[in-house]
Design a protein around this ligand. Sequence first.
Ligand SMILES: *Cc1c(COP(=O)(O)O)cnc(C)c1O
Length: 369
Amino acid sequence: MNDFEKAQRPTPKAGVMDIAAYVPGKATLGGANKVHKLSANESPLGASPHAVEAYRTTEHYLSSYPDGEVMALRQAIAETQGLNIENILCGNGSDELLGLLCQTYLAAGDEAVFTDHGFLIYKIQTLAAGAKPVIVKENDTVIDVDAVLAAITDRTKIVFVTNPGNPTGTYLPFAEINRLHAGLPKHVLLVLDAAYAEYVRKNDYEAGVALVSSSDNVVMTRTFSKIHGLPALRIGWMYAPAHVTDAVNRVRGPFNMNSAAIAAGAAAIRDRNHVQASVEFNTQWSQWLSEAFTKLGLKVTPSVTNFLLVHFPDTANKSAAKADEYLQSKGYILRRVTSYGFPEALRMSIGSEEANRGVIAALEEFLKS
Ligand SMILES: *Cc1c(COP(=O)(O)O)cnc(C)c1O
């Protein structure tokens, strides 16, 4: 095909070809041996049995459209979290909600601000909306509120904050989020992506409910993919002022949530025992793993989430890339995080007891060899 022919083809709008497509964490290794996938922050305890049962009942309704208002799920979220149902909007994963917020609030020439270790979806969706990503450096592995505030201009429409952070696992105390919010012009939407909120055991952390309730420009997004163990069904939700849910409702697909997701999600969030057990398992093994990595001489960023950022020495034969290769040869898939700005680290999701012990044993061999 020559240049003339190329110029005649349909062309994507400005920004689209600047997007680097999201590359998910590896799931398989191609071998026959048992593989432990620790690359996508999935729950080792899986979904609640009640959620699985609710999912099965939906096979009887496959020929009907799902409930476009997603009542059963929004009701379950409202009741269990003590929130107003009118301020809850669900999405096909929180990824969809982040994209809808960009489509709703960003136009060409607008800017969205986020940090260099922030979730990759912010950049993808900002570019897809035709707007400009403005990327602010974190203070090592923690969001620098002053640097974020310094990046705000008249063109800023959205600020994305991952709290707790992925892949860092660190968090901003709520006093810092309040300070950030207080420094923003009223026209800027502050999006608090709290995908890992349930795991946090800190008195000075809050996912964002109070700030959403008391202001006109804050949105909190949440997901069923992590603590609830339902990533396959794609369930996210946001808590937002009514004027925001009203605007996003106009943009979203009328049936963006499927019937299986609605039924299973509602059952999952009502199963408080399963949530509690998942949190306790995580707290115990996160601590065990952090200590074990430290004993091996590896630096671990203190984490409040269900994954750990483990830093490797910058030497040719003990690098993160070499460790990753070695772990894969033993059946353990961790996540390279070069695209998040950490070429010398691996992110490990807290796995089953067998997987956790196995990774430590394998790394001990790797570091000795
Ligand atoms: C996993 C994750 C999400 C959730 O995505 P879903 O689309 O709900 O599966 C959102 N934000 C961050 C930072 C995440 O790590």
